[in-house]
Design a protein around this ligand. Structure first.
Ligand code: TRP
Length: 350
């Protein structure tokens, strides 16, 4: 998928990484988070927060890059995202949760880095290219949108992040970040910024129910982290299976069968799922049964998250307090990086 030289080192799995790393991730605050975020990144963040220095950014400014005319979509979702983080088990005592717009060094770094990146390079970024096609901007691409990889580089480098847990659609952002890191370090003639590495989960792209696209809030096909049992049941019922598996006794196909993709992603008992697959391939196992197993599994996963989320979202004061505290911490840390970068450009007169 990358049309730029792959300069990233191989992805590391959270099970094998050492502790003591600086970690940064973020999410656009344009909607509630969903199961795709959960398997793609949130679950890993909960595992990683122990023993590492983890910062999570609620990316409200990045959310504006395609919502310039609908900013309330961003403003109204900031606390939703914080509630999602806490509900899945991200612990503010272990992880710094901060708000992008509350950390001025991020916007400042973006302005400095913007001088090191060509428009042609931005236009070549495959993720941005895809998004531009999907969003029907026509000839009116917002400048902020085209340049958001630069702002994301600011997010990552501001905290000197070594690891970035993301889905594979974000790899081009990390490549661009490392190009900027190398340019700034060359200017400074010293390693003032560190290169980052992706941390991919085993499931980096959860398909939508029809199997044709990924689960995505902009496509409107999500199972949110507070989905009701009924909504989960309906979503599973609509999932694409094997269209040639017409009767229970016929052998069925696993490949492209969305129900099995989800079972692989979410079911805790891998041995049981391996047996189930064999049974399905042999024949004698109906889609009603496999869908019931998946429904039970997703309902069991979401029920406690939903309960915590409902309690949290009722206490906006607490959520705001968590964000404020994390943002203060992030401000201090990122200011140190900004000072070094300004010095690299020779702008340290005052
Ligand atoms: N681009 C990410 C998304 O679309 C959000 C994001 C913003 C991010 N800043 C980041 C991800 C820094 C990783 C690191 O969800």
């Amino acid at each position: 998928m990358l049309d730029t030289p792959n300069t990233l080192t191989p992805a590391i799995n959270s099970k094998t990484i050492a502790t003591g790393k600086k970690i940064l991730t973020g999410d656009r605050a344009t909607g509630q988070l969903h199961l795709g975020h959960y398997v793609g990144s949130l679950k890993q963040r909960v595992e990683l927060q122990q023993g590492n220095q983890q910062t999570i950014l609620v990316a409200d400014m990045q959310g504006l890059t395609d919502n310039g005319n609908t900013p309330s979509k961003v403003a109204s979702n900031i606390l939703n995202v914080v509630a999602d983080y806490l509900a899945v088990g991200i612990n503010p005592a272990q992880t710094t949760i901060c708000l992008q717009s509350g950390v001025p060094a991020l916007a400042e770094l973006t302005m400095y880095y913007a001088n090191l990146v060509s428009i042609a390079r931005l236009e070549r970024n495959p993720t941005v290219k895809n998004e531009i096609q999907g969003k029907n901007f026509g000839r009116s691409i917002p400048a902020g949108f085209l340049t958001y990889p630069i702002s994301q580089a600011a997010d990552i480098t501001a905290f000197q992040a070594q690891l970035v847990p993301v889905g594979d659609d974000q790899l081009p952002m990390l490549e661009q970040t490392n190009e900027i890191v190398r340019k700034v370090n060359a200017l400074a003639n010293s390693e003032i910024l560190v290169e980052c590495h992706p941390l991919l989960s085993n499931v980096s792209r959860l398909p939508s129910a029809d199997g044709k696209s990924k689960m995505s809030k902009s496509l409107g096909n999500v199972i949110t982290l507070d989905a009701s049992d009924q909504a989960i049941g309906q979503a599973v019922k609509a999932m694409y299976t094997d269209p040639s598996h017409l009767t229970i006794d016929q052998p069925g196909q696993i490949e492209g069968n969305v129900v099995f993709t989800y079972l692989d992603a979410f079911h805790p008992d891998t041995i049981f799922i391996a047996e189930l697959k064999k049974h399905y391939q042999r024949g004698g196992l109906g889609d009603g049964k496999t869908k019931q197993i998946l429904t039970d599994c997703l309902q069991a996963l979401i029920a406690p998250i939903r309960a915590r989320r409902q309690r949290l979202i009722a206490d906006k004061g607490y959520l705001t307090e968590v964000l404020k505290k994390g943002t203060e911490q992030a401000k201090e840390e990122s200011q140190q990086t900004l000072d070094k970068v300004k010095t690299a450009f020779g702008l340290n007169l005052l």
